[in-house]
Design a protein around this ligand. Structure first.
Ligand code: ADP
Length: 543
């Protein structure tokens, strides 16, 4: 029997029109190359969004076209998000930090017809332009006066383009399953892979992520996504914040600078923010060294990589709640979120901390299971670790331009390995490809890295599996020592004693000047494994 309920499509257009009517006075504050603090309201943002939609049409853009953006977090990028998707086109956010060959691949693979580019990326675009097969015009996100001189043809000023357009636009009626935006994962092997989000997946993710035990944002808050808008729609905050009427602070290019972040948080009364560990480390170091404080900031979300304990402790000392989240581009991105349940306040300090440093509980809408090598489901007993599989309305079934795999069983393989406690707390122990298999047993490289990272002399640590005659593989620890710190390799190895199982302690430690990272700032273990493939263990391998 069918229900009596209406079937209204879940579209970003409906969200935009709702925000324009109901939350129009909430603000967007941006840092841009031409203004250190640009302020306007959602009403003004959507007025310019309609002008932009007219400008896109005047350029000749049509339904289903992919329109690329190479831009930081600011109000013009916000306008592009809505104008492109709500016109029935696909907003392809591109990570400008990728290598030029990856950028060329991505832009050609997506067949972007137009590129909207921050002025600072014009030299990059000049380099790429001869190789971009489908791009017809470059629109620089600035006024005519600020246009850089460039030999590029078909170069337009964003402000000039939209200023010529009326502020009325008839948005098309869209199917909720229409593609809305596209983001490529950087991937450490092979070519980047595209994930195509829909209007429906975006809206459902925005609803779920705004819940009290997820971002928990409201119309009385000021939200600052420090995670880039070119990385998984800045974790959906550019949709969920307007949805609930929260004001947005978009920090532009200054996203890794602790002092700028501190000033922005205080100037704009930011109450909630979200980003990767590196960003929070920069802010924490700045606060600790300068004595400056951020009294209005209530909480921050940390994700993208495991949350180091020192970041958790450091911000808690300052009275700021730290919430750990896990997800990936293929999941829009949120999968789990970590806020305590009431009973957890009765735990000992150590148990409480252990729970908070896990990746958190699944959000309703994402089904999670862990499986062994044969694909058999493992119990949620906090001990068994297996490959994490997920499914849900904001999880991709396949990559853009690829068919659904013939053996697809309805679950997406995340590539992560985790255990799950009986009450649903997921603890990521590794990436499937980074797991160290010693004598047939798995060793968690992430847990060893976290442990090493807590040593006061360690700036950064990586653990990889290196082949070993007796055990097949053993862990090798690579450490970047903090400037001015004095420590020996054996002192660092002793640090693990009593903190991890004896047989997990790395067999050797090597000091290095730096560690390789991917374009999204994650450790590139593949490069390290290649580099240390023929590593000679300092002690006899048969011992
Ligand atoms: P990319 O694929 O471009 O590196 P993603 O953000 O999609 O960027 O990366 C997703 C991966 O990042 C996850 O599969 C997981 O391995 C890792 N990750 C994300 N959040 C966490 C977290 N809180 N703890 C540990 N690892 C995480």
């Amino acid at each position: 029997m069918l229900s009596t309920m209406m079937s209204m499509p879940l579209t970003i257009t409906a969200l935009m029109q709702f925000v324009d009517r109901v939350h129009g006075k909430s603000e967007i504050v941006s840092v841009t190359h031409d203004n250190p603090q640009h302020r306007y309201t959602y009403n003004e943002a959507y007025k310019r969004t309609r002008q932009l939609a007219n400008a896109l049409r005047a350029l000749g853009a049509e339904s289903d076209d992919r329109v690329g953006t190479l831009a930081f977090n600011d109000y013009r990028h916000f306008e592009l998000y809505y104008a492109i998707s709500c016109s029935g086109m696909v907003c392809h956010t591109i990570n400008p930090r990728l290598f030029p060959e990856q950028l060329e691949y991505i832009i050609n693979h997506a067949q972007d017809r137009f590129l909207f580019v921050d002025p600072m990326f014009v030299p990059l675009i000049e380099l790429l332009a001869p190789k971009l097969t489908y791009v017809e015009a470059f629109i620089i996100l600035c006024s005519q006066d600020d246009m850089p001189s460039s030999p590029l043809e078909n170069l337009y000023s964003y402000e000039t383009l939209i200023s010529q357009q009326p502020s009325q636009f008839d948005w098309p009626e869209l199917d909720e399953n229409q593609a809305s935006s596209l983001c490529y994962t950087s991937g450490t092997t092979g070519n980047p892979k595209g994930v195509m989000y829909s209007h429906r997946s975006t809206i459902l993710h925005a609803y779920a992520s705004a819940l009290p035990d997820v971002f928990g944002i409201s119309a009385r808050e000021v939200v600052m996504p420090v995670v880039p808008m070119f990385h998984v729609n800045s974790w959906g905050l550019v949709y969920s914040a307007p949805m609930v009427g929260a004001s947005l602070v978009l920090p532009g290019p200054k996203m890794g600078d602790g002092k700028s972040l501190c000033n922005l948080i205080n100037d704009c009364d930011v109450t909630m923010t979200a980003g990767v560990p590196t960003v929070w480390l920069a802010l924490l170091n700045y606060l600790e060294n300068s004595g400056d404080r951020v009294p209005n900031l209530k909480r921050l979300t940390i994700g993208g990589s495991a949350c180091p304990q020192m970041i958790f402790d450091g911000f808690e000392r300052l009275g700021i709640d730290v919430h750990h989240a896990w997800g990936m581009t293929e999941m829009s991105p949120l999968g789990t979120y970590n806020k305590p349940q009431l009973w957890e306040f009765g735990l000992s300090d150590d148990e409480y901390l252990r729970n908070r440093l896990s990746q958190g509980r699944p959000i309703f809408g994402v089904d999670i299971k862990i499986v062994d090598d044969q694909g058999i489901e493992l119990p949620w007993d906090d001990t068994a670790a297996g490959a994490v599989k997920v499914r849900g309305p904001w999880v991709t079934a396949h990559y853009y331009g690829q068919d659904i795999a013939s053996d697809f069983d309805g679950w997406f393989e995340t590539g992560d390995v985790a255990s799950i406690s009986p009450d649903g707390l997921m603890r990521i122990t590794d990436r499937v490809k980074d797991v160290i298999k010693s004598g047939g047993e798995w060793i968690s490289s992430i847990e060893l890295e976290n442990c090493a990272q807590n040593h006061p002399a360690v700036a950064e640590a990586a653990v990889i599996g290196v082949s070993h005659m007796k055990w097949a593989e053993r862990p090798l620890l690579l450490v970047v020592v903090k400037d001015g710190a004095e420590v020996s390799q054996s002192e660092i190895l002793q640090w693990f004693e009593g903190k991890v199982a004896n047989w997990w302690v790395p067999d050797a430690c090597e000091f290095v000047d730096s560690l390789p990272h991917t374009a999204t700032g994650k450790l590139s273990k593949k490069d390290l494994r290649d580099q240390y493939a023929n590593y000679a263990w300092p002690v006899a391998e048969t011992v």
